[in-house]
Design a protein around this ligand. Structure first.
Ligand SMILES: *[C@@H]1O[C@H](CO)[C@@H](O)[C@H](O)[C@H]1NC(C)=O
Ligand SMILES: *[C@@H]1O[C@H](CO)[C@@H](O)[C@H](O)[C@H]1NC(C)=O
Ligand SMILES: *[C@@H]1O[C@H](CO)[C@@H](O)[C@H](O)[C@H]1NC(C)=O
Ligand SMILES: *[C@@H]1O[C@H](CO)[C@@H](O)[C@H](O)[C@H]1NC(C)=O
Ligand SMILES: *[C@@H]1O[C@H](CO)[C@@H](O)[C@H](O)[C@H]1NC(C)=O
Ligand SMILES: *[C@@H]1O[C@H](CO)[C@@H](O)[C@H](O)[C@H]1NC(C)=O
Ligand SMILES: *[C@@H]1O[C@H](CO)[C@@H](O)[C@H](O)[C@H]1NC(C)=O
Ligand SMILES: *[C@@H]1O[C@H](CO)[C@@H](O)[C@H](O)[C@H]1NC(C)=O
Ligand SMILES: *[C@@H]1O[C@H](CO)[C@@H](O)[C@H](O)[C@H]1NC(C)=O
Ligand SMILES: *[C@@H]1O[C@H](CO)[C@@H](O)[C@H](O)[C@H]1NC(C)=O
Ligand SMILES: *[C@@H]1O[C@H](CO)[C@@H](O)[C@H](O)[C@H]1NC(C)=O
Length: 773
C-alpha cells in the first residue's frame, strides 16, 4: 500500500492535418488541379448566392479574369479545372485586361442583398464594381451600366503609384459593409446601401456623394498605402487600420461620422502604432480574428520589416493608449511572432486570417513572396511576449498545429471553401507553375502515454529508465505526435542528466535544452514514435530527493513521473514492524522521524498539536538527529510520544494529544503502518517523509496517503487511484476508498465526545459518522 498516483491523460483534440508536404502527394482526394496560370486571386465569397463559395482569378496567358462558382460538380466533376470549362452557368469570364488592373480584386456584399460584389481597382483611376446576382450570367462581362455594375472615377496623381488599396467592412456600424478606398490625398469611406443599387449616371457613381457626406465620409490623409479592418475594440463596429509610409493607426468605427473626419487619436477614438506600410501595395498587412479563443477579436499586423507579426489582443471596454506600444513586452496585450531574429529573410508578405482548420479559432496564413506559404492555427495556449516560429517546436513543422508549403510561387494564394465541406481550401501556385485547390481538412489526434506507475523507486546506480515498460502509449488520428518534452520540475541538481538514445528503428532528433530538459523530435513522422521513447533516461548523483519529471506534448500529453531517490545511508528497513503492530501508539510517523535529517522539525509540531492528527507529531519529534543513525528507528517507534514531547523544540504538543489520537487508531492503522515502515525514506525540500506519505506543500508535514491530513483543501491527486479525498472535519482530510462509506473508525472525536452514526439522505451511505454533542 504505497503511494501510487496513476495519472492517465487522454485528451482528444480536434485540429487540422497539415496539407500534403509536397506537390507529388496531391491527388483527387486531397485537391483539385487548376490548369490556370493564376495570378491575382480572391476566394471565400458567394457571387451567385447559392451558399457555396466561389473564387476569382486572373489568367496570365489570356489576361482575362474568371469567376468559378463552387463546387466541382458543376463542371461535371472534371479535373483539372480549366478556364475553357466556364460556360456562363458555372461561372463567367470578365473582359478586363489584367494589365489594366492596379490591384487585387476584392469581393463582398456592398448592398446587403445577399450576393457578393466583385470590386476591381483599375490603373486608370477607376473602381469597377460588378453586382452579385443569381444569374443568368454573361460571359465576358463588360457592362457597367448601373444595373449589372457601376464605375467610380477618382483622381490620382500618376506620380504616386500607391493610393491603390481598398477594403470592405462595416465601419459605421449599420450592419452593412462599406467600401474604403484611397486616393493620394484622402481616404474615402463609401457606405454600403441596404438592398438598393447605387445611383449612377450611365453607370458612373459620382464620388462627390462620398465627399459631401451623402453616402459616406472622407478622411484627409495623404499617402495612405494599406488598409485593414476588423473590430479590435469589440464594440460591434469595425475599426479601420490605415498604414502609410510614415505612420500606422487604428481608427475606431463610429455610428456616425462627420463628413470630413480627421480625428486626433487619443485612445478613445483609436490609436497610433509603430507600423508602416511596406511597398507591395497588393497585399493584406493586417488581419482580424479571435486567435486566443477568448471570444474577442484580435488583430495581427505585419511589422514594417516583414520579419515579425504583432498580435494585438482585442479588448472590450478596455482602455487604449493614444499610442499603442507594440514592443511593450506585455504578453497579455501583444505578442510578437518572429521567424528567426537573426534571419534576414522575410516571413510574411501577405496575410490571410480566418478559421483554416474549422476549430472555431482564427488562424493565420502568410505567403512569402516566391518562397513558401505557412499557417499557424489559433490556440488557447498562452504565448510568450516573443514567439519564435523558427524553432523546432514551431507549429510550422507539421505537428498539426500549422503547416508550411515550400516552393509556392510568386503569386499570392487565396482561401475559399470550394468543395463545400465547411473548411477553407487553399488556392495556390507552385514554382513549377502548377496550381491546385488544396482541401482544408479537419481531423482528430489523440495521444496518451498511459503511464502505468507514476512513481519510480530508488535505483542504486542512479539511472532511471522511467518509461521503460512503464507505459502503454497510444496515438491515433491523422496527425502524429511530432515531439515530446521531458523536463525536471523544480530545481535541477548539477548531476542530473536527461538523455535519449534513439533506437535504430526510428530516427529521432534529440535536442538537449539543458541537463534537466530534453526534447525528442519525431523527425520521420513515425506513428510509433511514442513507443520509441522507452529508453529515455534520467541519471543523477542525487541521493535524497523526489524528482518530478514532466512529459508534455503541447496540450495533448501532460504527464508527470515522480522518481524517489532515497539517501542510501538512510535505511529504515531494519525497523521491526512487529513492534508497531503490538502498540497502539502513533504509528507511521515515528519511523519518519528516525530519518533524522537536520532540517525542518519544528514548524510541523505546532500544527500537529492543534489538530491532533497523529502523523505529524512523529515527524517532528526526532527531527534534529543527524543522518546515518539507523538504529534510532525501532526505539523511536515505541518511545515516540515521549521523545516528541520532551524535546524542547515542541512546546504545545502534549502527550495527551498524541495518545488520544493514537487510541482512536485501531489495528487497521497499525497494519498500514507496518507496511510503511518497511519502505525507504524519501526527502524533499519541505519535509522528510517515509514512502507512503507525502509532504504537504508549504506546511512541512508528512501525511499518510490513505490517511488523515490537514491542509487548505483536498489534494485529490494525493490519494491513490480508487480513493477519493474527502473532508473529515474542519480542514482535516482523508482519502477514502471510492464508493465506500466512512465509519466511526475514520473520524476522531475529542474526548468526552464520541462517534455516533447518523442517518443520512444519501443513496450511497445510509449512515454518516459524527461526533456526539
Ligand atoms: C492521396 O494522397 C494522400 C497522401 O497525400 C494519400 O494518403 C491518399 O491515399 C491518396 N489518395 C488516393 C486516392 O490516391
Ligand atoms: C492587355 O494589355 C496589354 C498591355 O496593354 C496588351 O499588350 C494586350 O494585348 C492586352 N490583351 C488583351 C487580350 O487585350
Ligand atoms: C452631394 O453630391 C452629389 C453628387 O455631386 C449631389 O448630387 C448632391 O446634391 C450633393 N449633396 C449635398 C448635400 O451637397
Ligand atoms: C478623444 O477625442 C474625441 C474626439 O475625437 C473626444 O470626444 C474624446 O473626449 C477624447 N478623449 C480623450 C480622453 O481625450
Ligand atoms: C499588461 O497588460 C494587462 C492588460 O492590459 C494589464 O492588466 C497589466 O497591468 C499589464 N502589465 C504590465 C506589467 O504592464
Ligand atoms: C485579405 O483580407 C481580407 C479580409 O480583410 C480577406 O477577405 C482576403 O481574403 C485577404 N486576401 C488575401 C489575398 O489573403
Ligand atoms: C509503483 O512503483 C513503486 C516504486 O517502484 C512500487 O513500490 C509500487 O508498488 C508500484 N505500484 C504499482 C501499482 O505498480
Ligand atoms: C531501499 O533502499 C535499499 C538500500 O539502498 C535498496 O536496496 C532498496 O531497493 C530500496 N527500496 C526501495 C523500495 O526503493
Ligand atoms: C539495432 O541495431 C543493433 C546493432 O546494429 C541490432 O542488433 C538490433 O537488432 C537493432 N534493433 C532494431 C530494433 O532494429
Ligand atoms: C499540465 O498539467 C499541469 C498540472 O495539471 C498544469 O499546471 C499545466 O498547465 C499543464 N500543462 C499544459 C501544457 O497543459
Ligand atoms: C539497508 O538495510 C538492509 C537490511 O538491514 C541491508 O541489507 C542494507 O545493506 C542496508 N543498506 C544500506 C545502504 O545500508
Amino acid at each position: 500500500m504505497y503511494i501510487f498516483i496513476l495519472l492517465i491523460f487522454f485528451l482528444k483534440i480536434s485540429i487540422n492535418i497539415a496539407f500534403p508536404s509536397s506537390e507529388n502527394l496531391f491527388n483527387n482526394s486531397n485537391s483539385y488541379g487548376l490548369e490556370i496560370e493564376s495570378e491575382y486571386k480572391f476566394g471565400g465569397f458567394d457571387f451567385n448566392g447559392d451558399g457555396i463559395q466561389d473564387f476569382i482569378t486572373s489568367h496570365y496567358s489570356t489576361k482575362k479574369t474568371y469567376v468559378f462558382f463552387g463546387d466541382i460538380y458543376i463542371y461535371g466533376d472534371q479535373r483539372p479545372l480549366k478556364v475553357s470549362m466556364i460556360d456562363g452557368i458555372n461561372g463567367f469570364s470578365i473582359d478586363i485586361n489584367q494589365s489594366d488592373l492596379r490591384n487585387f480584386f476584392i469581393c463582398g456584399d456592398l448592398n446587403n442583398d445577399g450576393y457578393d460584389e466583385i470590386i476591381f481597382r483599375m490603373e486608370n483611376c477607376q473602381l469597377k464594381i460588378i453586382y452579385g446576382h443569381a444569374g443568368p450570367f454573361k460571359n465576358d462581362f463588360s457592362t457597367f451600366d448601373g444595373n449589372d455594375g457601376f464605375v467610380i472615377d477618382y483622381v490620382n496623381s500618376p506620380l504616386h503609384p500607391w493610393a491603390s488599396y481598398q477594403v470592405l467592412c462595416d465601419h459605421n456600424g449599420d450592419g452593412i459593409n462599406d467600401l474604403i478606398f484611397n486616393t493620394v490625398d484622402d481616404v474615402y469611406v463609401l457606405y454600403g446601401l441596404n438592398r438598393k443599387k447605387f445611383p449612377t449616371d450611365s453607370g458612373k457613381f459620382d464620388i462627390n456623394f462620398v465627399s459631401n457626406g451623402t453616402f459616406g465620409h472622407i478622411m484627409q490623409m495623404k499617402n495612405t498605402i494599406n488598409f485593414g479592418c476588423g473590430d479590435l475594440n469589440n464594440d460591434g463596429i469595425d475599426d479601420l487600420v490605415i498604414l502609410s509610409n510614415k505612420i500606422g493607426s487604428v481608427n475606431f468605427g463610429l455610428k456616425s461620422f462627420p463628413t470630413q473626419y480627421n480625428p486626433v487619436l487619443n485612445g478613445t477614438n483609436g490609436f497610433t502604432i509603430d507600423i508602416m506600410a511596406y511597398f507591395h501595395e497588393y497585399i493584406n498587412q493586417s488581419g482580424f480574428g479571435d486567435f486566443n479563443g477568448d471570444g474577442l477579436i484580435d488583430m495581427a499586423v505585419i511589422g514594417t520589416d516583414l520579419k515579425s507579426i504583432y498580435m494585438i489582443y482585442g479588448k472590450k471596454g478596455g482602455i487604449w493608449e493614444s499610442h499603442f506600444d507594440i514592443n511593450s513586452g506585455n504578453s497579455s496585450e501583444v505578442v510578437k511572432w518572429v521567424r528567426d531574429i537573426s534571419s534576414p529573410q522575410e516571413f510574411c508578405d501577405s496575410m490571410y486570417v480566418g478559421d483554416i482548420n474549422g476549430d472555431g479559432l482564427s488562424d493565420i496564413s502568410c505567403n512569402v513572396f516566391s518562397k513558401y506559404t505557412w499557417g499557424v492555427y489559433g490556440s488557447t495556449m498562452k504565448l510568450p511576449a516573443v514567439y519564435d516560429l523558427n524553432i523546432k517546436t514551431s507549429p510550422l513543422f507539421g505537428d498539426c498545429r500549422g503547416f508550411i508549403l515550400l516552393q509556392t510561387a510568386v503569386t499570392f494564394s487565396a482561401w475559399t471553401d470550394f468543395n463545400y465541406d465547411g473548411i477553407p481550401d487553399l488556392i495556390i501556385q507552385f514554382t513549377n507553375l502548377k496550381s491546385f485547390i488544396l482541401f482544408g481538412e479537419k481531423t482528430k489526434i489523440s495521444a496518451s502515454l498511459n503511464i502505468i506507475n507514476s512513481s519510480i523507486g530508488y535505483n542504486s546506480n542512479g539511472e532511471y529508465h522511467f518509461l521503460d515498460s512503464n507505459f502503454n502509449p497510444i496515438s491515433s488520428g491523422n496527425c502524429n505526435v511530432q515531439f515530446i518534452t521531458f523536463k525536471v520540475l523544480d530545481s535541477i541538481d548539477a548531476s542530473d542528466l536527461l538523455s535519449f538514445s534513439s533506437s535504430n528503428s526510428t530516427s529521432s532528433d534529440v535536442v538537449s535544452i539543458s541537463n534537466g530538459e530534453l526534447q525528442v523530435f519525431n523527425t520521420n513522422r513515425d506513428p510509433n514514435f511514442l513507443q520509441s521513447l522507452s529508453n529515455v533516461l534520467f541519471k543523477t548523483n542525487r541521493d535524497s530527493s523526489i524528482v518530478t519529471v514532466s512529459i508534455t506534448y503541447l496540450n495533448i500529453i501532460n504527464d508527470t513521473i515522480k522518481i524517489f531517490i532515497s539517501h542510501p545511508t538512510i535505511n529504515t528497513t531494519s525497523t521491526n514492524p512487529a513492534t508497531v503492530t503490538t502498540t497502539t501508539s502513533t504509528p507511521p510517523i515515528t519511523a519518519t522521524a528516525s530519518t533524522g535529517t537536520t532540517t525542518t522539525g519544528t514548524p510541523p509540531i505546532t500544527a500537529t498539536a492543534s489538530t491532533g492528527t497523529p502523523p505529524i507529531t512523529a515527524t517532528a519529534s526526532t527531527g534534529t538527529t543527524t543522518t546515518g543513525t539507523p538504529p534510532i528507528t525501532t526505539t523511536a517507534i515505541t518511545s515516540t510520544v515521549t521523545t516528541g514531547t520532551t524535546t524542547t523544540r515542541t512546546p504545545p504538543i502534549t502527550t495527551t494529544t498524541s495518545t488520544s489520537t493514537a487510541t482512536t487508531r485501531t489495528t487497521t492503522t497499525s497494519t498500514v503502518t507496518s507496511t510503511h515502515v518497511q519502505q525507504n525514506n524519501t526527502v524533499n525540500n519541505d519535509c522528510i517523509c517515509i514512502r507512503g506519505q507525502i509532504c504537504l506543500p508549504n506546511s512541512h508535514i508528512c501525511v499518510n496517503q490513505f490517511d488523515v491530513y490537514q491542509g487548505e483543501s483536498c489534494f485529490q491527486l494525493s490519494c491513490a487511484l480508487g480513493y477519493d479525498c474527502i473532508e473529515q472535519s474542519n480542514q482535516i482530510y482523508k482519502c477514502v476508498k471510492k464508493d465506500s462509506c466512512i465509519t466511526c473508525a475514520d473520524i476522531t472525536c475529542k474526548s468526552p465526545h464520541h462517534c455516533i452514526l447518523a442517518l443520512t439522505t444519501s443513496q450511497k451511505c445510509k449512515y454518516q459518522p459524527t461526533c456526539s454533542n
